[in-house]
Design a protein around this ligand. Structure first.
Ligand code: C2E
Ligand code: MG
Ligand code: MG
Ligand code: MG
Length: 296
C-alpha cells in the first residue's frame, strides 16, 4: 500500500513536471521564432522634466504571442537570459530603438534621448562595439543613447560589465542604474560605479502618497496618523536618495509616478526627471508622434 501510494505520487509529479518542461520548451521555441515572425516590438514611455518637457523615452519590449496574447517582459526576459536568446533580442531592441529615433526625426519629431534596458548577460567584453556599430549605422550621436542596467547585474559580473560601461561612457553614451534601492549595494560601491543617472525604484515612489492634500486634516484616527508617518518616512528616504545622487553628480529619474501627490512631492525634492502612468504610459511609436510630434 505504502509503495503504491508513493508510486502514484511520483507519477503525478512526473507528469506535471513533463508538462511544465514541455511548455517551457515550447515557449523557448516560440521566442526563437518571435523576431522573424515580427511578434516582438517596442513601446516607448516618455520621461519628462518638472515643467512637463519631453526629455526622452524608455524602450520597453513587448511580445504579441499568437496564442497566448501579450506576454510580459518580466516573464520572457528571464527565459531569454537563461537560453542565450537575449543576445539576439538585445540586438533587435537596440537596432529598433535607434531606427525609431531616425523615423521620428523624419516625421518632424526630435527625440532628445532613447533609453534601452540591458541584461547582465549582454554586457560581455566588447559589447561596446555592437553599440557603436548600431549607432553608426543610424548616424546617431552616442549622447542620445542611454543604457539602463541594474545593481544585481553589476554585482554578478563585476569587472567585465564595468569595463563595458566605462567604454560606453567614454563614447558619450549615458549609463543609468535602474530600480535603484532594490539591490544591496554599499555606498562606497555605488560611488565607484560609472554612472550618469539613478532611477529611483517605483517601490519608494509608491509610498510617497496622500500626505500633501491631507496634511491639514489632523486629529483623525491613529490609522491616518501612522499612514502619514510612513509617508513622511518615504519622503525623507527619497529626499536622501536624491541628495546622495546629486552629490555624486548623477541625474535622478523617478520611476512609477502614478499620482499627483507623488509628482508634487518629488518636485519639491528637486528630482530631475519623471516617468510613470500619471504622466504617460508606455505607448507605440505612432502614439508618441500624436502626442509630442509637430503641431502638438
Ligand atoms: P523597468 O526597466 O524597471 O521598466 C519599468 C516598468 O514599469 C515597465 O514595465 C513599465 O511599463 C512599468 N511602469 C512604468 N510606469 C509605471 C507606473 O506608473 N506604475 C506601474 N505600476 N508600472 C509602471 P514592463 O514594460 O512590463 O517591463 C518590465 C521590466 O522588463 C523592465 O523594468 C525591464 O527590467 C524589463 N525589460 C523591458 N524591456 C526590456 C528590454 O528590451 N531588455 C531587457 N533586458 N529588459 C527589458
Ligand atoms: Mg528600465
Ligand atoms: Mg526600472
Ligand atoms: Mg522597475
Amino acid at each position: 500500500y505504502h509503495a503504491k501510494s508513493r508510486g502514484d505520487h511520483a507519477l503525478r509529479w512526473e507528469s506535471s513536471l513533463d508538462k511544465h518542461v514541455a511548455s517551457r520548451m515550447t515557449l523557448e521555441q516560440d521566442l526563437r521564432q518571435a523576431i522573424e515572425r515580427q511578434q516582438l516590438f517596442l513601446h516607448y514611455q516618455p520621461q519628462l522634466n518638472a515643467a512637463g518637457e519631453l526629455l526622452g523615452v524608455e524602450a520597453l519590449l513587448r511580445w504579441q504571442h499568437p496564442e497566448l496574447g501579450m506576454i510580459s517582459p518580466a516573464q520572457f526576459i528571464p527565459l531569454a537570459e537563461e537560453t542565450g536568446l537575449i543576445f539576439r533580442l538585445g540586438r533587435f531592441v537596440l537596432e529598433e530603438a535607434c531606427a525609431q529615433m531616425v523615423r521620428w526625426q523624419e516625421s518632424g519629431l526630435y527625440m532628445p534621448r532613447m533609453a534601452v534596458n540591458l541584461s547582465a548577460r549582454q554586457l560581455t567584453s566588447g559589447y561596446e562595439h555592437e553599440v557603436i556599430s548600431v549607432l553608426e549605422s543610424q548616424n546617431l550621436a552616442p549622447t542620445r543613447l542611454e543604457v539602463e542596467v541594474t545593481e544585481t547585474l553589476l554585482i554578478q559580473d563585476m569587472e567585465g560589465g564595468l569595463s563595458v560601461l566605462r567604454a560606453l561612457r567614454e563614447l558619450g553614451v549615458r549609463v543609468a542604474l535602474d530600480d535603484f534601492g532594490q539591490g544591496y549595494s554599499s555606498l562606497s560601491y555605488l560611488s565607484s560605479l560609472p554612472l550618469d543617472v539613478l532611477k529611483v525604484d517605483r517601490s519608494f515612489v509608491m509610498k510617497m502618497d496622500a500626505l500633501a492634500e491631507d496634511a491639514s486634516e489632523q486629529g483623525r484616527g491613529g490609522q491616518v496618523a501612522s499612514e502619514q508617518g510612513a509617508n513622511e518616512q518615504a519622503i525623507q528616504l527619497v529626499g536622501a536618495i536624491i541628495s546622495l545622487g546629486h552629490s555624486m553628480g548623477h541625474e535622478i529619474v523617478a520611476e512609477g509616478v502614478e499620482t499627483q501627490a507623488q509628482f508634487e512631492g518629488l518636485k519639491r525634492l528637486r528630482c530631475d526627471s519623471y516617468q510613470g502612468y500619471l504622466l504617460a504610459r508606455p505607448m507605440t511609436a505612432t502614439a508618441i508622434v500624436e502626442r509630442y510630434g509637430p503641431g502638438n
